[in-house]
Design a protein around this ligand. Sequence first.
Ligand SMILES: CC(C)(COP(=O)(O)OP(=O)(O)OC[C@H]1O[C@@H](n2cnc3c(N)ncnc32)[C@H](O)[C@@H]1O)[C@@H](O)C(=O)NCCC(=O)NCCS
Ligand SMILES: Nc1ncnc2c1ncn2[C@@H]1O[C@H](COP(=O)(O)OP(=O)(O)OP(=O)(O)O)[C@@H](O)[C@H]1O
Length: 200
Amino acid sequence: MTYLLGLTGGIASGKSTVSRVFKAAGFPVVDADVIARRIVEPGRPALARIVQAFGPQVLREDGKLNRAKLGEIVFSQPRRLEALNQINRPYLRAAINQALAQAKAGGAAIVIGDIPLLYEADYVDAFDGVAVVTVDPKVQLDRLMARDGLTEAEAKERIASQIPLAKKAAMADFVIDNNGRPEATIAQAKALIRQLQHLS
Ligand SMILES: CC(C)(COP(=O)(O)OP(=O)(O)OC[C@H]1O[C@@H](n2cnc3c(N)ncnc32)[C@H](O)[C@@H]1O)[C@@H](O)C(=O)NCCC(=O)NCCS
Ligand SMILES: Nc1ncnc2c1ncn2[C@@H]1O[C@H](COP(=O)(O)OP(=O)(O)OP(=O)(O)O)[C@@H](O)[C@H]1O
């Protein structure tokens, strides 16, 4: 039996560190951010609908989505973000479900769905359990500004567009605390793998 684990957190909370531990242990990881990029490649219906809704300003000269431009628009205007979500979510859901089913068919003991918006987009029922990678608000803000070169105001907007991490942690089956050094987070991820191997 495969244990289907949903892995989530908030923007820049450290999901990548945890998903790397699962990958290194040989478990398949379905990455929603990667799928979200694929469904808006040139020629895909989701991209055409985004251009219809947001105008040609969100396209680069080479016809690809201008992610920085679209990010600037949607994260500063909640109603525009909602419009983007309405367009993307059906395509995302279909592609994520298909990738999870395919990974599960491979028969691994644990399959991971790394989905930043797992709670916001309501994927809970797709999983046997959910792990949340959490950090304190100040740590999240500092790491996000450093990683993406955002101003404090921009980083705060992006954090505010998601359910607060503390709330996600309260809903989770498993919580990984990423406030400390990466080694401490890696140790927690390895302990979670051992725990799940008993459940699968
Ligand atoms: C707005 C876009 C173009 C910005 O692109 P950019 O390359 O700057 O960011 P990237 O896609 O790498 O996302 C970084 C992080 O932002 C957060 N984020 C992304 N989309 C959203 C959203 N709709 N609502 C809240 N947070 C979001 C997530 O934590 C994600 O990990 C892009 O994020 C996008 O198309 N988002 C909509 C698709 C989506 O819902 N993706 C999340 C998959 S669960
Ligand atoms: N324990 C840690 N100590 C110091 N820096 C860290 C730690 N964990 C993550 N970081 C740094 O914080 C930033 C965010 O981490 P990461 O990219 O793993 O988050 P994420 O949850 O995968 O983000 P997103 O969903 O936004 O793509 C990165 O620059 C990363 O190097």
